[in-house]
Design a protein around this ligand. Structure first.
Ligand SMILES: Cc1ncc(COP(=O)(O)O)c(C=O)c1O
Length: 360
């Protein structure tokens, strides 16, 4: 005679507004050449590693880290000529975007995106209960200022996301477009500059204490530190205070804070990596233009292209040759498109020769 069960037999449903949502994933396949997530193909400098290991030795592991990450924020501020009070640092720029949505979005408010763009802007908006209003780019994926004005005037979004260079298209928004969006926005304009060091201009110079504009950046790409998870924003002190209200206490661990602070000592090495990637990007773009039906000009460390053959078959053919790129062909408006991250010269050669084989 067993006891009657006292534990509930079914799990509760998740929030109604999450029921339809699937997590954000990039297919991870075991291959020799990984060109699917826009990481740096080069590791950080050996001197940074040594400095980081030495710093770890001095971490008081039994104590919480500096909750306000003061030294790191001061170092980032110094890099951009602003005070620490204009910087928020978090676990990747995705966490910064989440803090912005928690602070400025939420139920009854909307965030605007211009598609196709970085999928996490709308995804993070949704998981924070923020409504999403999607404007559309032109057929060539440039952004019409009239479309920006239309969306801002009709939807009155609390947050307007721009992304320059834009992921996954690689296109750089003109400065006038960002300025016009800031002038017309009823709320905060968030310019996601995850790839800005690869591009000819940055919106950082437009940031001011009384302007509703923030610029987000990451250590994952140009700083070659995707494994550490560190990103930040530069914006008005009032926005920084708003983010501090929603971030969890001690969200940024001591090791990550040290890693980022030390990375900034190696700016020249970062710039050399960026220059090498930009040179390779141009070589890759020229070669791809011979092979693909369409290649978009890129200001980032990746290229969007449309092969003349079925993109799913091309993607599979590349994987069979141990090369992984991002298959965007099922994404809205990106039918037939693949995105390749710029790798080392050897990786790019491996990709190009695999692509040649697949296409012929
Ligand atoms: C446009 C854009 N923003 C933000 C991120 C996320 O960066 P992090 O690694 O800092 O979270 C990415 C990563 O691919 C990105 O493409």
């Amino acid at each position: 005679m067993g006891r009657p069960p006292i534990l509930p037999a079914v799990l509760p449903p998740v929030r109604d507004d999450l029921a339809e949502l699937v997590g954000y994933h990039s297919a991870q396949v075991d291959v020799d050449v990984r060109l699917n997530t826009n990481e740096s193909p080069y590791p950080p400098p050996a001197a940074w590693r040594e400095a980081f290991v030495a710093e770890l030795d001095g971490v008081a592991y039994h104590r919480y880290p500096d909750r306000r990450a003061r030294a790191l924020r001061a170092a980032i501020g110094e890099l951009h000529g602003v005070g620490a009070d204009q910087v928020v640092a978090a676990n990747g720029s995705n966490e910064v975007l989440q803090a912005l949505c928690l602070a400025y979005g939420g139920p009854g408010r909307a965030a605007a995106t211009f598609e196709p763009t970085y999928a996490l802007h709308s995804h993070i908006a949704r998981i924070t209960g923020t409504g999403v209003v999607s404007g559309q780019r032109r057929d060539d994926f440039t952004l019409d200022p009239a479309e920006v004005r239309r969306v801002l005037a009709t939807a009155r979004p609390a947050i307007t996301f721009l992304c320059t260079p834009n992921n996954p298209t690689g296109l750089v928004e003109p400065q006038e477009l960002v300025e016009a969006a800031v002038a017309a926005a009823p709320g905060l304009v968030v310019v996601d500059e995850a790839y800005a060091q690869f591009a000819p201009w940055s919106a950082l110079s437009l940031v001011a204490a009384d302007r509703p504009l923030v610029v987000t950046r990451t250590f994952s790409k140009t700083w070659a530190m995707a494994g550490m998870r560190l990103g930040y924003l530069v914006g008005p002190p009032e926005v920084v205070e708003a983010c501090e209200r929603v971030l969890l206490p001690y969200h940024l661990d001591a090791a990550t804070q040290a890693a980022g602070r030390l990375a900034l000592r190696y700016t020249a090495e970062m710039e050399a990596r960026v220059a090498a990637v930009v040179a390779e990007r141009e070589r890759l773009a020229a070669a791809l233009r011979e092979l693909a039906a369409q290649v978009w000009p890129s200001g980032a460390n990746f290229l969007l292209f449309r092969p003349a053959r079925d993109a799913d078959l091309v993607w599979k053919g590349l994987v069979e040759r141990s090369v992984l790129v991002r298959n965007c062909s099922s994404w809205p408006r990106l039918a037939g498109c693949l995105r390749v991250t710029v790798g080392t010269a050897a990786e790019n050669d491996a990709f190009l020769s695999a692509l040649r084989e697949v296409l012929t």
